[in-house]
Design a protein around this ligand. Structure first.
Ligand SMILES: Nc1nc2c(c(=O)[nH]1)N[C@@H](CN(C=O)c1ccc(C(=O)N[C@@H](CCC(=O)O)C(=O)O)cc1)CN2
Length: 284
């Protein structure tokens, strides 16, 4: 079998057109969705992501502001910036780019963002609401994965999903979103015994471990859906995912590539969440 490649870039483009149309409608009502992105330090990859977020905001007709703090900025400085943004009515979404420098407590920072403006969906209130099936800002990468599957017409209910990885921003929440859609979910991680035993039974595998080419053809059941969340560099410095794409695509039914698979959906869902937050202000 040769897998159907899930074109995340194309699906993201389609979603962005829909978001831009909604933004225009909202602007006619006098509301311009506004996103504040906070970048602390000089992480090269983070700077690239933040630049892309700002550009996408502008392309979709939204307002965006970038707040840059130096690597040595204190936690108090960062918290006071977030407080200002929480109180600013032109800002509907606040995002602090991760990872943060080691001396800053990530959890404390995330908890300081108003849950009403937490467009990353990382605040415990939004996570709790997601877990209990209530309306919430959903974390962008997990949400993007669910939209990719929906757009491809891949049903989830009753499927066995194996999530490899248990990070707070991808592994844990994506499993919960699958559970919310009636899948049977197994979490695997670095201490799982006999990973292959679990993954080879999966109808859908989500690989989010951060190790280049970690999931091989032997891990995958014939015809399975393979979602690759990894963004790694191989020995040659080439961008690659957690899945050994060439061999796995010979066996899977569907597969996301890296790049242009899950990645483009992350920023798209951030725009969606910012639009949703701006629309929420109409309710008050
Ligand atoms: N506050 C947040 N921090 C981080 C998040 C997040 O959702 N919120 N996620 C990641 C980084 N990230 C967005 O911030 C992100 C990662 C990757 C991509 C993407 O489009 N990747 C491309 C390839 C990019 C490349 O060439 O390097 C792809 O897969 O096609 C977008 C956003 C950690 N931090």
């Amino acid at each position: 079998m040769t897998a159907v490649i899930i074109d995340g870039k194309e699906i993201a483009s389609k979603k962005k057109v829909e978001i831009a149309q909604e933004v225009q409608k909202l602007k006619e009502l006098g509301i311009t969705p506004g996103l504040a992105v906070v970048l602390v330090g000089n992480n090269h990859a983070s700077r690239t992501y933040v630049t892309n977020k700002e550009k996408t905001c502008r392309d979709l007709g939204m307002y965006s502001v970038l707040i840059e703090l130096p690597e040595e900025a204190s936690q108090e400085e960062l918290l006071s910036k977030i407080k200002e943004l929480n109180e600013n009515p032109a800002i509907h979404g606040i995002l602090v780019q991760l990872p943060l420098p080691k001396h800053i407590d990530e959890i404390r920072v995330i908890e300081s963002i108003s849950p009403l403006k937490d467009v990353d969906g990382f605040h415990p209130i939004n996570i709790g609401r997601m877990m209990t099936g209530q309306d919430a800002f959903l974390p962008c990468t997990p949400y993007g994965i669910m939209v990719l599957l929906e757009e491809m017409g891949i049903s989830v209910a009753g499927k066995h999903v194996v999530v490899v990885g248990r990070s707070n921003i991808v592994g844990k929440p994506v499993g919960q979103l699958f559970l919310n859609q009636h899948a049977t979910v197994t979490y695997c991680h670095s201490r799982t015994k006999d990973l292959q035993f679990h993954t080879s039974q999966a109808d859908i595998i989500v690989a989010a471990v951060g190790i280049a080419n970690f999931i091989k053809a032997d891990h995958v059941k014939e015809g399975a859906v393979v979602i690759d969340v990894g963004i790694n560099r191989n020995e040659a410095g080439k961008l690659c995912g957690d899945v050994a794409f060439d061999e796995v695509s010979e066996k899977a039914g569907y597969i996301t590539p890296v790049p242009k698979g899950v990645g483009p959906m992350t920023i798209t869902m951030l725009m969606y969440n910012t639009l949703k937050s701006a629309k929420n202000t109409l309710r008050f």
